[in-house]
Design a protein around this ligand. Structure first.
Ligand code: GAP
Length: 511
């Protein structure tokens, strides 16, 4: 069994070897925290986008789409608060010279205390067996209670220090908790400083006449500034949502862990506009709906959990993350935020244009409240890829690398493989390929032994391999091999379509 670091290294190497993800500008030794998606990567990425878009826009009559420009008027970012408040609190370890986000150091410390509680519960449940009462144990066990008290103490202190902007207190908390740098093992920390994460650029031909612009750090603001355009042209009534998929840019200081934290990445965001006072109801609705979407992928539900925020962003009155169990532990995959009327009110103020909705049911105008769902496409990609990656020992002593990607997200749905290059098998295989490719992404392969070709398809996650052999020429049957079980079935050619469709049509998975 591989340790977590080695497993993650293998996933990254596999992603490169099989054309999923490459380091950006690799021939120039790479650009850190920027990545390129290869032929299989872009197919997987597009399938994830399509799955999200279908579930959010196609399946909801009251959600419509948008594709807004990356460049936005500079006042946008003043209004949204990003110029003043989109900062990371950074701290350096003087011995290792490594830089960390101070809040992440503290949150990682809390996770360790939570893990100790979980272990305590597991130990007790094993000891007491069927008689174990978890609720009672949690509310009475001295060690669990002490640890919970400690977590509340840390959370309260962290929230209070961030709310008052007291960075010295944040540093003191790190020292008090004896948090050490994982590299140097010391707690020799610098002061905590704020660092703005937006990339600045210029628009215009000359430096004099140019105006400073920012690359958008979230797609959401493109939705807010278009609220009235869309509400009016689509005749939407509250509650309704606007969805968008697009690039976002952040000058992340601590950018590691492959495509988990990038400087250029893609978001899939939806802003849902509601009546003031109804936002918490909708916040709970979207928390549930989004978690259901993740579960619909068929990945074991124990890999997901909610993490409710103690330390709220400048625009939110409630926020929760859906965390996924990545190879390096549970980390944020998606955020669900109740953003109040912060953004629309701010754009109304800074633009001087009235941004209000006349509610025919209430007979009055108001600035809608917003509940947002925001998921990183690249993180979603990493969650699918890392969960799918398996290295299996086979009964015959050989081993195989296989990506058990949900079949409807797989880059290639079926490989078409003539057993040999002669006797009319390639021609027959090409004819099958021609009949399938309009509906399914297929790949034709005739080079190497059939075993090698199966391994290559396993490694890119192709759910079906269709082999054309001598019998095909006699009775129009082929063998269809299942990626996960490696079982082969002989079926007639006209049945291929419905077998692939049953496993790969997203209509069978979204409801
Ligand atoms: N509009 C709200 C917003 O942007 P966020 O929690 O900062 O909220 C939303 O980001 C999602 O975007 C995250 O849950 C994560 O999946 C993704 N994300 C954020 N920063 C990222 C980065 N540097 N690299 C990759 N994905 C990122």
């Amino acid at each position: 069994m591989l340790n977590k670091e080695d497993l993650f290294k293998n996933i990254i190497a596999h992603a490169k070897e099989y054309g999923f993800v490459f380091q950006s500008s690799e021939i120039y030794d790479g650009l850190s925290a920027a990545y390129d998606y290869g032929p299989n990567g872009i197919e997987l990425k597009n399938n994830i986008k399509n799955y999200w878009w279908t579930s959010m826009v196609k399946m909801h009559e009251n959600i419509v789409g948008l594709d807004s420009a990356i460049f936005m008027h500079p006042k946008t970012w003043k209004a949204s608060g990003h110029i003043d408040a989109f900062n990371d609190p950074l701290i350096d370890n003087k011995d290792s010279k490594k830089r960390y986000r101070a809040d992440v150091l503290i949150e990682d410390h809390i996770s360790k205390v939570e893990l100790k509680i979980e272990k305590e519960i597991l130990k007790a449940s094993k000891r007491f067996g069927a008689d174990f009462n978890k609720k009672e144990f949690i509310s009475t066990n001295v060690r669990v209670l002490e640890r919970q008290k400690k977590i509340s103490y840390i959370n309260n202190k962290m929230s209070a220090s961030f709310s008052s902007g007291n960075l010295e207190e944040i540093r003191n908390l790190i020292i008090e908790l004896d948090i050490k740098c994982p590299i140097s093992g010391t707690n020799n920390w610098t002061d905590v400083r704020q660092f703005n994460l937006m990339f600045k650029t210029q628009m215009g031909a000359t430096a004099d006449g140019a105006s400073d612009l920012f690359l958008r750090p979230e797609t959401a603001q493109g939705i807010f500034v278009n609220f009235l355009n869309i509400q009016k042209t689509s005749r939407m009534k509250i509650p309704f949502g606007i969805a968008q998929i697009g690039k976002a840019f952040r000058n992340e200081i601590v950018a590691r862990q492959f495509i988990f934290r990038m400087r250029e990445f893609e978001q899939m965001e939806m802003q849902f506009f509601v009546q003031p006072g109804e936002e918490i109801k909708w916040y709970e609705y979207w928390k549930k709906t989004r978690m259901r979407w993740h579960h619909s992928l068929g990945i074991d539900s124990r890999n997901y959990r909610f993490h409710n925020h103690e330390n709220l962003a400048h625009y939110a009155n409630a926020a929760s993350d859906i965390e996924f169990k990545f190879p390096f532990g549970f980390k944020e995959l998606e955020g669900i935020h109740s953003r109040t009327d912060f953004d629309l009110a701010a754009h109304q103020e800074y633009s001087g244009k009235k941004i209000q909705y006349f509610d025919p049911e209430l007979g009055k105008s108001y600035i809608p409240y917003v509940v947002e769902t925001s998921i990183g496409l690249d993180r979603m990609f990493l969650s699918v890829l890392s969960h799918a990656f398996c290295q299996e020992k086979l009964e015959n002593g050989e081993s195989r690398s296989v990506l058990k990607i949900p079949a409807f997200l797989a880059p290639i749905k079926a490989a078409i493989l003539p057993l040999t290059k002669k006797d009319g098998m390639p021609e027959k295989a090409r004819a099958i390929m021609k009949s399938l490719r309009i509906n399914f992404n297929c790949q034709y392969e005739e080079k190497d032994s059939i075993g090698k070709r199966y391994r290559r398809q396993d490694a890119i996650g192709t759910p079906f391999c269709i082999t054309i052999d001598h019998q095909t020429l006699e009775d129009d049957t082929i063998t269809i091999r299942d990626r996960d079980t490696m079982q082969q079935k002989r079926i007639s050619i006209p049945k291929i379509h419905s077998i692939i469709s049953e496993k790969t049509d997203i209509a069978n998975f979204l409801n």
